[in-house]
Design a protein around this ligand. Structure first.
Ligand code: XUL
Ligand code: CO
Length: 438
């Protein structure tokens, strides 16, 4: 039975199209730098925002109706969400989805019953996956909504809560593996603290690492060959979150010997909350060999929290795709961890959010490829560091065959070095503009 009756299959109609229910730039089979757009951009639907969130905020109830004609909080409703989700993805040509355990079933009071529900719904999802060819990008456990996690999960002060979190991770891994998920995410929602006055930071961080190590051991033992991901975020809901940004999370993984099994899942709005650009956290992940997956959204610089908006800013998606292309692509995909604004509450709005996001990333891909083919930015950066390759002293520095004594003697002979050369930021920004709008 069709659920979104007013929405047809979304087609590519080109930039001149005025049809709100059509792609203007995302042309799945168009080849860019030797690969189809859909291969560069493995998009995923986020179960939670798209099929669960109804616009509830601190000041008011939900506006969007996500009952899909069935009583909410029941297994019938969980199945209706599966039906809606697969119809939605098929109509948009989206090939992946991401989920938390509690997005796909209503949580019961008893974990045995929740797990039974997870078995039942994953059987149902598997049938749909086989029918449609749609795949699972990643799964995760929600260890932040239930009141028991008010002090964190792996970082909880309570050993029983830690054990409960471990049980949830085990089951979420079982379901992710059953659905053939490419990845498994840890977003440390409440893995942080409000005040040092009641917190043993070292103890909490070591316990988070213990939980992750157990997840790796268990995941590998049941045949999970994909990547584990940390999704860094500096704050919200906690004041201080341990996975502040990519650099912090990478340091943590290395400290605990987890760096071979984990990569980063970088979310645009989390990077900006950490005071970075999206592309900064992508670059830091890429240069450390840990660029795994992306939560595709954008924040609002006027608001200090995680607004999870659909990507609209082409400058940002261009710089994102520039990083992704240079890194040779993602092992994961682009998960729209994004939701409609509260007043955009219709079924058409759900599709229009994804069309905006997919088109904005398609434009970013096209423009990033043009920037790379243009070559002026690469050439400038190459030249900027040329003194290390072209001079004897530079070569010595790069080959680690000099010392402070030798460099000091060299500096004395030099007198004063010439200025290091203009950074040319404005000229480079102008190149970006000319590629974007030329
Ligand atoms: C929260 C967030 C999560 C993770 C998965 O800010 O981004 O939805 O993506 O737990
Ligand atoms: Co996210």
């Amino acid at each position: 039975m069709e659920i979104f009756k007013n929405v047809p299959k979304i087609a590519y109609e080109g930039a001149k199209s005025k049809n709100p229910l059509a792609f203007k730039y995302y042309d799945a089979d168009r080849v860019i730098m030797g690969k189809k757009m859909k291969e560069h951009l493995p998009f995923a639907m986020a179960w939670w925002h798209n099929l669960c969130a109804n616009g509830t905020d601190m000041f008011g109830r939900g506006v969007a109706n996500k009952s899909f004609g069935v009583k909410e909080g029941t297994m019938e409703h969980a199945k209706a969400k599966v039906d809606a989700g697969f119809e939605f993805m098929q109509k948009l040509g989206i090939e992946y989805f991401c989920f938390h355990d509690v997005d796909i079933v209503p949580e019961a009071d008893d974990i045995k019953e929740t797990n039974r529900r997870l078995d039942e719904i994953s059987d149902y999802i598997l049938v749909k996956m086989k029918e449609t060819g749609i795949k699972c990008l990643w799964g995760t456990a929600n260890m932040f909504s239930n009141p028991r996690f008010c002090n964190g999960a792996g970082s909880s002060n309570s050993a029983d809560v830690f054990a409960f979190a471990a049980a949830q991770v085990k089951k979420a891994l079982d379901i992710t593996v059953k659905l053939g998920g490419k990845g498994y995410v840890f977003w440390g929602g409440r893995e942080g603290y409000e005040t040092l006055l009641n917190t043993d930071v070292k103890f909490e961080q070591e316990n988070i690492a213990r939980l992750m190590k157990m997840a790796v051991a268990y995941g590998r033992s049941i045949g999970f060959t994909g990547d584990f991901y940390i999704e860094p975020k500096p704050k919200e809901p906690m004041k201080h979150q341990y996975d502040f940004d990519a650099a912090t999370a990478i340091g943590f993984l290395r400290q605990h010997g987890l760096d071979k099994d984990f990569k980063m899942n970088i979310e645009a709005n989390h990077a900006t909350l950490a005071g970075h650009t999206f592309e900064h956290d992508l670059r830091i992940s890429a240069i450390n060999g840990m660029l795994g997956s992306i939560d595709a959204n954008q924040g609002d610089y006027l608001l200090g929290w995680d607004t999870d908006e659909f990507p609209f800013d082409v400058y940002t998606t261009t710089m994102c795709m520039y990083e992704v292309l240079k890194a040779g692509g993602l092992t994961g995909g682009f998960n729209f961890d994004a939701k409609n604004r509260r007043p955009s509450y219709t079924e058409e709005d759900m599709f229009e959010g994804y069309i905006l996001g997919m088109d904005t990333f398609a434009l970013g891909l096209i423009k990033a490829a043009e920037l790379i083919e243009d070559g002026r930015i690469d050439a400038f950066v190459e030249k900027r560091y040329a003194s290390y390759r072209n001079s004897e002293i530079g070569k010595k520095i790069l080959s680690d065959s000099t010392s402070l004594e030798e460099l000091s003697a060299y500096a004395e002979k030099l007198g004063a070095p010439a200025l290091p050369g203009s950074g040319k930021q404005e000229a480079l920004e102008s190149i970006v503009n000319s590629v974007l709008f030329g």
